[in-house]
Design a protein around this ligand. Sequence first.
Ligand SMILES: Nc1ncnc2c1ncn2[C@@H]1O[C@H](COP(=O)(O)OP(=O)(O)OP(=O)(O)O)[C@@H](O)[C@H]1O
Ligand SMILES: [Mg+2]
Length: 221
Amino acid sequence: MGQMAASLAHELRNPLGSMDLYCSLLHKDLVDQPSSRELLEKVQQGIRLLDGIIRNCLQFSRDIRLRPEHIEDIEPFLDDVVESARLGTGCKDVVVSIEVAPGSLYADRSALSQIVNNLVRNAFEAAGEKAGGEVVISAGPTDICYRIIVSDNGPGISEELLPNVFEPFVTAKRQGTGLGLSVVHTLVAAHRGQVSINSALGKGTSVTVEFPDEFLETGTD
Ligand SMILES: Nc1ncnc2c1ncn2[C@@H]1O[C@H](COP(=O)(O)OP(=O)(O)OP(=O)(O)O)[C@@H](O)[C@H]1O
Ligand SMILES: [Mg+2]
């Protein structure tokens, strides 16, 4: 079943990737037709949402094989993730700040993209619930690890839900699968890292991910 899910997910992601690309090309052509552009953005939002769900399902159903490398400059990478989350959630008005301190991170690129994508998407979905929504992403080395923090000033998480958010299929969203944070947890653990979440109702949420400077084991965790 796991193998079938993995190959189905792979087959589904390819046409979605093409559709996303064609939408981007068409978006450029429609520069003087804002209402058509808006419809196209909705289509692309659906495509990104589906791709995120399939990607998390794929991760959930397969062994983890990491190919870690030293990543020198994560700022352009974070810019891409933010753009994709903005498009994927349709939250145009959320204000984002990115603070990156110099230093390199040792991680698998694809896993890192999935970790940060899930965190930033959650932050956008939370911050987008009200006017004045803000997301802050900070990244940089500490004495013993590389730390990434994603914070938002959204509604926060209730005390009942908070201890369970890293469990698969725990969701409070109408359109959520509840796989996002469980995949984040699994991928961070595969890097021998730590993930923690702080949240205050009505104030916001902050998720901290710490990657050790180097880890020896790669492969299934
Ligand atoms: N930044 C956040 N602010 C408020 N609630 C959050 C935040 N991040 C996670 N949560 C809560 O934790 C739950 C689980 O998050 P998770 O990312 O695992 O799943 P999801 O976002 O519901 O669905 P999916 O990520 O699969 O689309 C969410 O439904 C939400 O209730
Ligand atoms: Mg999520």
